[in-house]
Write a protein that binds this ligand. Sequence first.
Ligand SMILES: [Fe+2]
Length: 382
Amino acid sequence: MKKIKVAALPRLLIEEGAFKKLPGIIASSGYGRVGIIHGRTVWNRWGDDLCREFNTLDIDFLDAGVSGEPSPRVVDDIVTAWADEKPELILAVGGGSVMDAAKAAAAMLAESGSGGTKSVKEFLEGVGSMTPSGTTLPLYAVPTTAGTGSEATKNAVLSEIGGFKKSLRHDNYVPKLALIDPLLAVDAPLGITVAAGLDAITQLIESFISTGAGPFTDSLAVSGLVAAGRALPALLQNPENVNARAKMGYAAYLSGVCLANAGLGMIHGAASPIGAAREIPHGLVCGLLLSGTIRRILMRARAQEQRVLVRKIEKAAEALNSDIDQLPELLDGWLEDSGLPGFGEYGFTEDELRVLAGETDMKNSPVLFREKEIAEIFLERI
Ligand SMILES: [Fe+2]
């Protein structure tokens, strides 16, 4: 049997109303001082209730808001501000960007020591020259969108627009707890919901057909695709469907577990240079590239008689309630129903997309594409 190695997994709680239990969970874990990193919308709606409960339980807290894709500067500012009154636990409440900023801040608060003399940029893969030691403050992740799966991964993606989009990564950075309360997500706008959902679905498909896939991640990827394949169409009909929100939360969590253990493919290899070039939601990039990439992988797998790969794409299609040949149309349909725009709306030009195709990493893709083919996939979505 091939070697199986599974990274640490966070404790998981998915429950309607679970957010209200969070202060009690933190108190019973023995933490008396919490640094909360949050998105603005969720804080406006739920922040007062959370603070009141922390006060009742005699838990000290600090808070910092994060919006947009996190940059090293955002992380450095939090680390500097909190260096002298360091929290014992970092709590992330928000979307993928918030969780990534919190994961990086938790690591850097422990890594840099008081004062935060080193920028997180120095520890980013392919950017800095330092290797993270893996020392980190414990992190509890409460995702408010179902997408990146950052609540289950060991990396934080940070970017500087016009510069880079790279990871801070260490096995120890996996959150200790992922708490998913579908009530936190019910009023998320449809466009954000679908873009995030297509990120999760892309991560599940890419890890399922990855060259790093194995039986452990395969079973989880299929379970996640079954949940997402029912939840996403239900949310397109009614974004306030709490049960569908919980299912998408489950699928996103599993997508994080799968990507951390099996790796990803060309779509995520393209998402880094595209996301570094202009401020465009990561989930939208995944959604725009998904069907074109799957269509070509399937064509190549059939032409080269890669039976295992064809069978896997068939299984992924079945999990999503589709036939293998209809899979690209199903994925296109979700994108079209949500009314999400193409690359052109974000200012990308054809020439720029051709250059970005040349910067795309194939990661663990089961099929290697030439630069010209990658450019074709991009240009279909301008
Ligand atoms: Fe992703």
